[in-house]
Design a protein around this ligand. Structure first.
Ligand SMILES: Cc1ncc(COP(=O)(O)O)c(C=O)c1O
Length: 436
């Protein structure tokens, strides 16, 4: 395969809001293996809409999550600046006090794992701790860069089992604290995310614990599959919120999906693909340059490792190894993979926080804003945009996958606390109500 093109660096006009500078160093590869036919039966047997709907029903009974769907915000001013017809953000920062979409995956995987051993238990009763007595000697363990561990710790506490979370050297103290408040035991190791995945597997084998990981590896696929399928709730809600019709083109022509190990992208894209079939939107996966395992997988045509340092301000995306199970979905399902610089994600956080006359201010964490950074990079690259059919008629969906999950980091990067942004958001909403 020829080397992927480097995106160009053209200037955009001045604007009073934070600059949308085209970031340097972005890479883009159109996926030559992407398919546009119906959702393949082999994938459907692994992840499907029926299970996604069942997960959604179960999650509705978990008190840790907000009632109802998360908001789908339209940002018309930003759409105009980026030269697209529509730009919408599905805001997972308000999914729960856990702060990210990861709260959808761990509880489902944990419930499904317990049901494998106790098939007669009721999922809602489980999530509400009614079987805590039965499960008090069960211990679950996982590595995390923060958000998955937080979701797992909270789910384990609700269900009544014990939880051990393995953190690598780059996970901040405030992310550790956010996990520990849910009663999880923390194990700190030197090294990076991939080292913590290995350590979690070792601890589980040594102690008879159950790994509940968001990434798969050889011989370990059922639980990560359940985690990914929990994320499909996001897609199922969007389909409902936009009144989408099966096998017809939907409200969005392009989706930008953040990539860590690939679970979010696989969980969300598979749901849209099954629903829309050959009319599915185009999917673009966005990763940090230093943690480009999915981009490298696209280059090599198999689940691959990152080439960089695997250390990024986008902590949730700082993963060095592709989940092989996720890759089974991404290889045929994703139209393009791209990498962005840390600085681009920070700029995107500021742009979303600022809002404007017509755009609601949004608290987007480092990984949450990465989709916007990817879109912005692609809109400053005429050849890349043309290759992906991204133009002034495009309707783009972004997923704000996290809020200020590390509040001190957020304040340092955005120059404002998340609470201050939320106050401006409330003011914006009040103004919008008055105007109606
Ligand atoms: C906020 C956020 N966004 C996106 C991702 C990427 O998800 P995945 O690792 O499933 O690709 C993560 C992973 O932890 C995350 O925390």
């Amino acid at each position: 395969m020829s080397a992927p093109p480097v995106l160009s660096n053209t200037e955009r006009p001045q604007d009073p809001r934070p600059q949308l500078r085209p970031p340097a160093g972005c890479m883009l590869i159109a996926n030559p293996r992407a398919q546009r036919g119906p959702y393949p039966a082999a994938l459907r047997s692994l992840m499907n809409l029926d299970r996604a709907r069942e997960n959604r029903r179960w999650l509705a009974s978990w008190a840790a999550l907000a009632r109802g769907a998360t908001p789908l915000h339209d940002l018309p001013d930003l759409a105009a600046r980026l030269g697209v017809a529509r730009l919408s953000v599905k805001d997972e920062s308000v999914r729960s006090p856990l702060g990210s979409f990861k709260a959808l995956g761990a509880p489902i995987a944990l419930v499904r794992q317990i049901l494998r051993r106790h098939p007669d238990l009721d999922p809602a009763a489980l999530l509400n701790g009614h079987h805590a007595g039965l499960l008090q000697d069960t211990t679950v363990v996982s590595a995390t860069d923060g958000n998955h561990g937080r979701g797992l710790a909270a789910a384990a506490r609700s269900i009544g089992c014990c939880c051990v979370i393995v953190l690598h050297a780059h996970v901040s103290a405030e992310r550790e604290q956010a996990i520990a408040v849910h009663g999880a035991r923390i194990v700190r190791i030197a090294g990076n995310y991939d080292d913590s995945v290995e350590e979690a597997a070792r601890l589980a084998a040594a102690n008879g614990w159950q790994v509940v990981s968001d990434t798969s590896y050889e011989g370990y696929e059922d639980i990560p599959r359940d985690v990914m399928q929990g994320y499909a709730t996001i897609a199922a809600e969007v389909l409902e919120q936009t009144g989408a019709a099966a096998n017809e083109p939907g409200a969005f022509t392009h989706l930008f999906l953040q990539g860590g190990v690939g679970g979010l992208a696989a969980g969300v894209a598979s749901c849209f693909w099954e629903f829309h079939g050959a009319q599915r939107p185009r999917f673009v996966v966005v990763e940090p340059r230093q943690a480009d395992c999915l981009f490298q997988s696209a280059v090599q045509g198999r689940a691959a490792r990152a080439t960089g340092s695997v250390d990024s301000v986008m902590a949730g995306l700082a993963c060095g190894e592709t989940s092989p199970l996720a890759w089974r979905f991404l290889q045929p399902g994703i139209d393009a993979f791209m990498t962005i610089e840390d600085e681009a994600a920070v700029q995107a956080m500021r742009v979303l926080a600022a809002g404007s006359g017509q755009d609601i201010p949004i608290v987007a964490g480092e990984s949450g804003a990465a989709g916007l950074a990817g879109l912005q990079a692609l809109r400053s690259d005429a050849a890349g945009s043309a290759q992906l059919g991204l133009d002034e008629r495009s309707r783009v969906l972004l997923i704000n996958t996290e809020g200020a999950t590390a509040p001190a980091v957020y304040e340092a990067l955005v120059g404002e606390t998340a609470d201050a942004v939320l106050q401006r958001q409330a003011g914006w909403q009040a103004g919008a109500r008055d105007a109606r």
